[in-house]
Design a protein around this ligand. Structure first.
Ligand code: SF4
Ligand code: SF4
Length: 201
């Protein structure tokens, strides 16, 4: 689920005000969508990853999408500029297709990311997603699932660095929403390398 507002001012919860130490402990749980969620991808993520694994041309990209991606229905809360209320839109987004009995990302090999330099924004920005940065409750919920958040040791992130991740996420989501809106929420127009069969899955 996305949460988007028209204000770029993102609040930071008190527990992150003074920054935190965080380093991934490679438990691989986020690469399994924490057994309940998705790993979302945006156009830049897809093109960067495809290039990294040497996918070439339109056909290559189409095959890549069929093998690694799936279309999911999502919600997006949007506050139109100049209005009071927040509107809820339902539309389609893209996420990794999971594989194996434990439903993991195709690129997870022995609990390590095999495409680390080209991993999607969602993977790079964790645990500084907007919904975690602005809500201690959400942060605490993810702490139960992520070993790195339980340990809280390693690289130090300042308040500004944390806010930068959350702001970048906001901007990426906003860009995708506006692109979808412009194309009457037709995901095939926004991601021309998708196949029609993927819509029916
Ligand atoms: S859940 Fe946390 S510790 Fe585990 S792989 Fe993801 S970021 Fe690393
Ligand atoms: S791309 Fe890498 S970090 Fe992201 S979900 Fe897949 S294995 Fe995990």
């Amino acid at each position: 689920m996305f949460l988007a507002l028209t204000s770029t001012e993102i609040k930071i919860s008190r527990n992150l005000e003074n920054g935190i130490e965080f380093s991934c402990q490679m438990c691989g749980e986020c690469c399994r969508g924490f057994n309940e969620g998705e790993v979302y991808l945006y156009q830049e993520d897809i093109l960067r990853l495809a290039d990294f694994i040497n996918i070439k041309g339109k056909t290559g990209l189409k095959d890549f999408a069929k093998k690694y991606l799936k279309i999911v229905d999502d919600s997006f809360y949007w506050k139109e500029p100049g209005t009071e209320g927040i509107k809820n839109y339902r539309f389609k987004t893209l996420a990794f297709r999971f594989t194996g009995e434990d439903e993991h990302c195709h690129f997870l090999k022995e609990n390590k990311c095999s495409v680390h330099p080209a991993r999607p924004f969602q993977c790079r920005s964790f645990p500084f997603w907007q919904m975690m940065v602005s809500s201690k409750k959400n942060f605490d919920n993810y702490t139960k699932k992520c070993k790195g958040l339980q340990v809280l040791k390693g690289k130090f992130y300042t308040k500004d660095e944390i806010l930068n991740w959350a702001t970048e996420e906001y901007e990426i989501e906003q860009k995708y929403f506006l692109e979808m809106k412009k194309n009457n929420f037709n995901i095939m127009k926004v991601h021309p390398y998708l196949s029609k069969e993927m819509l029916q899955e």
